[in-house]
Design a protein around this ligand. Structure first.
Ligand code: PEP
Length: 302
């Protein structure tokens, strides 16, 4: 049985409304209308198939790469390559200080911009941190939470992920909550246990209303930046497990609406096989998102 699925773009549209923009944050009406048109087209197409499908998302995590100038150059090359492409949502996560450059460079496109991290407090004596509200104010509409590099190098826990997810939603950002097992857990056949634990600690504590506003990314740590992609079968099984945990906690309809992206060495030559699997709703792409040509190929194949 299929459930009506409301694409998350609804809330992104709310955030993009010119009327809700801060006076000094210029989001052109043209950009808003384009995103709105793509959303309407999507709803019409989906309804004509008598169901509302989960909207695909292709997201690029740039990690700590690219200066402001390199960010601008990327979009000069990338924007024309994806003009008219409406098959999926496109989100880029540049380095935080380059978010305004990226927002400006994508103003007349449907590309959305996100931050790679946020802090859970709204403001305060937290040297070096940035709140969701501050990121939203400079034009970010998405944010990554609990990326494995944050867990590995900055000791972030599932509890941190939960608090950050709640803060992101509160600030009007769409969080992509990242989960995934390390190589030793993978080899020991404990991937499922890790995912269940990460879901319980990082996601299950959300309210139903909050849960409807997140996207999850399954990113097996052994596949990130290694060139060793999970097979579509491995990814699909992990996604099914996450969805079944979601169903236990939030009910079948909410679980069916949840978008789950795959991340880990996604490239132009493996995206088609991955995206063909009905459990895979898109991709979180690291290395291959840094190059406009290769990221455009991934976007077009999705
Ligand atoms: C990532 O950084 O989330 C990622 C998946 O990286 P890569 O595509 O390079 O493996």
């Amino acid at each position: 049985m299929e459930f009506a699925r409301e694409p998350v773009l609804t809330s992104a549209l709310g955030q993009l409304s010119p009327t809700s923009a801060k006076p000094w944050r210029k989001i052109s009406e043209l950009r808003f209308k384009r995103v709105q048109a793509s959303f309407k087209r999507f709803r019409k197409e989906s309804k004509s198939k008598s169901q509302l499908m989960r909207r695909r998302t292709i997201a690029g995590n740039w990690k700590m790469y690219k200066t402001a100038q390199q960010t601008a150059v990327f979009f000069e090359q990338f924007n024309p390559l994806i003009e008219g492409v409406g098959n999926c949502e496109i989100v880029i996560f540049p380095v935080s200080i380059n978010i305004p450059t990226a927002v400006q460079a994508t103003e007349e496109t449907a590309i959305q911009i996100g931050a790679q991290n946020l802090f859970w407090a709204r403001e305060g004596a937290y040297t070096g941190e940035t709140s969701g509200e501050m990121l939203h104010a400079v034009g970010a509409t998405w944010v990554l939470v609990g990326h494995s590099e944050r867990r590995q190098y900055f000791n972030e826990s599932d509890t941190d992920a939960l608090r950050k997810t709640q803060a992101a939603i509160e600030a009007g950002l769409m969080p992509i909550v990242c989960v995934g097992e390390r190589l030793d857990d993978h080899k020991a056949g404990k991937a499922g246990d890790v995912l269940i634990r990460q879901f319980a600690g990082g996601i299950a504590g959300l309210t139903e209303e909050q849960f409807a506003k997140i996207v999850v990314a399954y990113e097996p740590v052994w596949a990130i930046g290694t060139g060793q992609t999970a097979t579509p079968q491995i990814a699909s099984q992990a996604h099914s497990l996450i969805r079944s945990e979601a169903e236990k906690r939030f009910g079948r309809e909410a679980a069916q609406q949840l978008r789950i992206l795959y991340g880990g060495s996604v490239k132009p030559d493996n995206i088609e096989a991955l995206i063909r699997d009905p459990e895979i709703d898109g991709a979180l792409v690291g290395g291959a998102s840094l190059d406009p040509q290769s990221f455009a190929k991934i976007v077009k194949a999705a």
